[in-house]
Design a protein around this ligand. Structure first.
Ligand SMILES: [Zn+2]
Length: 135
């Protein structure tokens, strides 16, 4: 454990120097503690950064646990009603956050074209065709 705390001290020192240098260069820096207690430093504001964090010590800042949900496709279809949705569409979830489409009725698509070519209709709630245009 002794060598680990020695290493941490070195890392903290290194970042302090970088932070000081960046401050003199009048650059914005964002510093926080990431996974495995490793200091993270960037000049690009993370999208989860809040104004409160500007006033906080880097050692107190931790990013929110962003749940990385991976889906087997970009769009999800319901074989029952032949509609396809964005995976985030609230219409395909029950009130307790579970997928409302039964497993044997789910079909995943990689593109809206694929869904349409198979006769699926875009959901008018989440509008997967509009989000496609924005990409
Ligand atoms: Zn939808």
């Amino acid at each position: 454990m002794r060598s680990q705390s020695y290493l941490l001290t070195r890392v903290v020192l290194l970042f302090s120097i970088l932070l000081l240098a960046a401050t003199f260069a009048n650059a914005e820096v964002y510093m926080w503690i990431g996974p495995d207690n490793i200091f993270q430093l960037t000049n690009i504001k993370p999208d989860w950064w809040t104004e409160d964090m500007d006033q906080m010590a880097p050692s107190d800042i931790r990013p929110p646990d962003v749940e990385k949900v991976t889906y087997p496709g970009k769009y999800v279809g319901d074989k029952e009603n032949r509609k396809f949705h964005l995976p985030s569409c609230e219409q395909i979830y029950t009130s307790d956050g579970k997928m409302a489409i039964p497993d044997n009725k789910i079909i995943w698509f990689q593109s809206t074209d694929e869904a349409i070519s198979l006769g699926y209709i875009a959901c008018d709630h989440c509008k997967p065709l509009q989000s496609n245009e924005e990409d």
